[in-house]
Design a protein around this ligand. Structure first.
Ligand SMILES: Nc1ncnc2c1ncn2[C@@H]1O[C@H](COP(=O)(O)OP(=O)(O)OP(=O)(O)O)[C@@H](O)[C@H]1O
Ligand SMILES: [Mg+2]
Length: 385
């Protein structure tokens, strides 16, 4: 008759929520519980003897790690291509060598499938990043509004004084040249030139301040339902015939029948900025492919994504987190660095999102995500009192 303790051990062993495998000192499998079989994609009736002293070939990364490990492994993660799964699984495991009563060392391998946990963690990190980006932009916006407002007053003063000086100098210039001041005309000419320089610089500063004010107080969006593919096709066709894009290849692959609620001008501006950036990044000679996909977000809302992908040099990891910041540019004087930050905000105003993925030297893909507009939703809403 079987030992009662062993029976109890077996039933506990089989109902454990984690996978567990016991290895003999020689490395052969002594016991394997049901959860381990489930995680590793083995048949439920697999016996240790079926495994012929070893695990199947697709578990070779695990076998390699187990080999020679006499020490405790507290925590390790391994990626496996299990026959029961379409995508790669990540298994988190620990290994503990235990001294058996007969003095031999038995290894206990405990593991769980952490694929979903990792996915959730990644999704959470992404949400955190997006939230941080929005907060960062909001606080930069507030700061810019303050600075621009403060700069407006001294600038108005400078330009008023400059015009006064200019007026007086011009009046002086018209006075007859006397014998005592034969050089007055020359000096006046120089002074006038300098004043004109100040006037031009302050005009430039005033334009910048008004840009800053416009950035910090964005205009409202007026959302109307539109077929997304028409809007994208219109901007692509307009740019195809533009001389600046004559050597740049713009192609749309596939279609979407989805409608989105959007401010046409502002959303076109988003696509224009993305295409212009790709054109800049490829010296005007690259290729951009635009295609669509759909998914349902965490709240169950349908989203339509316009992928805008170029074959440019990509964006370095060290700067990718800064590209949506206002005034971040790698283009020196030819870029202001407001393009993407404005696009990001416009997407937020649309209840959507702008995100980026890039591989250095391979290209960059921006994703323009918008909620799908469903006509029946509006019907319901407008029917409500
Ligand atoms: N498709 C792309 N490929 C490579 N780098 C890119 C791409 N799009 C954006 N970038 C990088 O992001 C930076 C910020 O882009 P953003 O559009 O905000 O400003 P900008 O193009 O430099 O200036 P502007 O205000 O004129 O748009 C760029 O300077 C560039 O370094
Ligand atoms: Mg730009």
């Amino acid at each position: 008759m079987m030992d009662t303790n062993l029976l109890i051990f077996d039933s506990i062993f089989d109902t454990l929520p984690s996978g567990m495998i016991l290895f003999e000192p020689g490395g052969a499998i002594l016991r394997i519980n049901q959860k381990a079989k489930e995680i590793l994609g083995l048949d439920a009736d697999t016996q240790p003897s079926n495994l012929k002293h070893s695990l199947p070939f697709y578990l070779s990364p695990l076998v390699a790690l187990l080999k020679d490990s006499q020490e405790d492994i507290h925590r390790a993660e391994i990626s496996l291509n299990l026959p029961t799964r379409e995508e790669e699984s990540t298994i988190g495991f620990s290994l503990k060598p235990v001294n058996a009563p007969d003095g031999q060392v038995v290894k206990i391998l405990t593991f769980t499938d952490i694929t979903q946990v990792l996915k959730d963690r990644l999704a959470m990190d992404k949400i955190k990043d997006e939230l941080n980006q929005s907060k960062k932009l909001a606080s930069i916006g507030t700061m810019i509004a303050g600075v621009a407002h403060e700069m407006n007053n001294p600038l108005t003063g400078i330009s008023m004084s400059t015009s006064l000086i200019k007026m007086n100098l011009e009046r002086l210039r018209k006075l007859p040249v006397t014998q005592e001041h034969p050089k007055l005309d020359d000096s006046l000419e120089k002074a006038l030139q300098e004043v004109q320089k100040i006037a031009r610089a302050s005009e430039k500063a005033a334009v910048l301040v008004s840009d800053l004010l416009a950035y910090s107080k964005p205009s409202q969006v007026f959302l109307v339902p539109l077929p997304l593919k028409d809007l994208v096709a219109d901007i692509v066709n307009a740019l195809k015939s533009h001389p600046n894009f004559s050597q740049f290849t713009l192609q749309i692959e596939g279609e979407t029948e989805r409608m989105v609620l959007c401010d046409r001008v502002k959303l076109e501006q988003v696509f224009y900025n993305l295409i212009k950036n790709a054109c800049d990044a490829t010296d005007g000679k690259g290729t951009m492919t635009i295609f669509y996909s759909e998914h349902t977000d965490a709240d169950g809302k349908q989203q339509v994504v316009t992928h805008v992908k170029d074959n440019g040099p990509g964006i370095d990891k060290t700067i990718i987190n800064r590209i949506f910041d206002p005034f971040f540019t790698t283009k020196g004087h030819s870029g202001v660095g407001l393009g993407l930050s404005i696009c990001y905000r416009t997407m937020e105003q649309h209840g959507g999102l702008l995100s980026v993925e890039s591989v250095k030297w391979e290209g960059t893909e921006f994703k323009v995500t918008l909620p799908v507009y469903l006509e029946e939703e509006t019907g319901k809403r407008s029917a409500a009192p």
